[in-house]
Write a protein that binds this ligand. Structure first.
Ligand SMILES: NC(=O)c1ccc[n+]([C@@H]2O[C@H](COP(=O)([O-])OP(=O)(O)OC[C@H]3O[C@@H](n4cnc5c(N)ncnc54)[C@H](OP(=O)(O)O)[C@@H]3O)[C@@H](O)[C@H]2O)c1
Length: 336
């Protein structure tokens, strides 16, 4: 089969590799669409724990089951259109993943391939209202955003929410889930056009985080226009900009974060955090219960993931470059 392989840091190749062989309890899924996450960029750049080469990256995939391994009834699986939960071995606690946790697409070969073997417990029927491209966009980013917004930050109707870097795949799901929960959502972005597109998806307004003093201006604007600061902030950038988010949180507010695209914050103003009773909520991926709740909401509310662009495998280098420069609005989808 054809697959996108990383053979060394920054060495991306489309290659012929052996077909996967399903172990007992696994099926082979013929991938109809896959998608990129920033994780794949970190792996390509050699900036991810547990790197090994060669590897097939990719955590998101949708496709048809074409073969069932031992201990499975083929009639029960073959022919089904499924999406793959990339959160492997979460464990029994809802509070955090256990020691056996891993993410599809390193160490295990991922979805940027014509076929993949996965345990059946990782499969769900793909929501019928979604195209293959939309369904492929959903898994990792949808799961992470769901847990951040609903499980960890517990966003409620009427709350004011700020979501950073709205062009990002995960941030856009956070917007869709917070809007679906009835929250008043504001966004940040480096692009006025992306803020305008976020408004079309239900955001009330947005701020350009590249402008000096943007956070002070944002605090003034929401205080005047909406009557207060943010009950919940969802962040994946971290870095020097994180300090400003603490100033933007309302007393008693929650800041949920799952990424550090801009690195660690150089300072953490602890006195502001404790005096204003803020909760800093770290979150990563999601449990099987988060996955089921996310899929149920996407189906019930007929939410359509935002697909930025679709690339054939042969144009993988372009697709990765688009994500590396932050040019996307939503998910970058790859088709074999
Ligand atoms: N822990 C987990 O489970 C988990 C899961 C998913 C993602 N992540 C992490 O979360 C981050 C985002 O992942 P993704 O896949 O959604 O990435 P992505 O689709 O590549 O989005 C990245 C976005 O980050 C925004 N950004 C860049 N610099 C920023 C800054 N200084 N302030 C605010 N936003 C900024 C940009 O938004 P604009 O284009 O709007 O400017 C960009 O589009 C990555 O660091 C990733 O590793 C972690």
């Amino acid at each position: 089969m054809r697959a996108i392989q990383l053979t060394a840091v920054n060495q991306l190749e489309v290659r012929d590799v052996p077909d996967p062989v399903p172990a007992a309890g696994e099926v082979v899924v013929k991938i109809s669409a896959a998608a990129l996450n920033h994780r794949d960029v970190w792996i390509k750049l050699g900036q991810y724990a547990g790197l090994k080469f060669p590897c097939i990256p990719g955590s998101d995939g949708v496709g048809e089951v074409v073969e069932a391994g031992a201990e499975l009834e083929p009639g029960e699986w073959v022919g089904r259109r499924v999406i793959i939960n990339p959160s492997f071995g979460w464990g029994l606690s809802e509070a955090a993943q256990g020691a056996d946790f891993s993410i599809l697409g390193l160490p295990r070969n991922g979805t940027l391939a014509e076929k993949i073997a996965v345990p059946v417990e990782q499969l769900s029927l793909a929501p019928a209202h979604l195209s293959d491209e939309e369904a492929a966009a959903l898994p990792l980013a949808g799961l992470t955003a769901w847990r951040a917004v609903m499980t960890r930050a517990q966003v409620k109707g009427g709350e004011r929410v700020l979501i950073g870097g709205i062009g990002g795949g995960t941030a856009l799901f956070a917007l869709q889930f917070a809007v679906a929960a009835g929250a008043e959502v504001w966004v940040t972005s480096s692009s006025a056009e992306k803020i305008a597109r976020a408004r079309a998806l239900g955001a009330r307004g947005g701020f350009d985080y590249t402008r000096p003093g943007w956070a002070e201006a944002a605090a003034k604007e929401v205080a005047e226009e909406a009557g207060g600061l943010f009950d919940v902030i969802i962040d994946s950038a971290g870095g020097p900009g994180f300090e400003a988010l603490i100033d933007l949180a309302a007393p008693g507010g929650r800041i949920a974060f799952f990424g550090a695209t801009r690195g660690n914050p150089p300072v953490l103003p602890m006195r502001k955090v404790f005096w204003r009773q803020l909760s800093l909520l770290g979150t990563t991926m999601g449990s099987p219960a988060d996955w089921a709740a996310m899929l149920a909401t996407v189906t019930r509310q007929q939410i359509h993931p935002v697909v930025s662009e679709v690339f054939p495998f042969e144009r993988a280098a372009e697709a990765f470059a688009l994500m590396e420069r932050g040019g996307q609005f939503g998910k970058i989808v790859m088709k074999p």
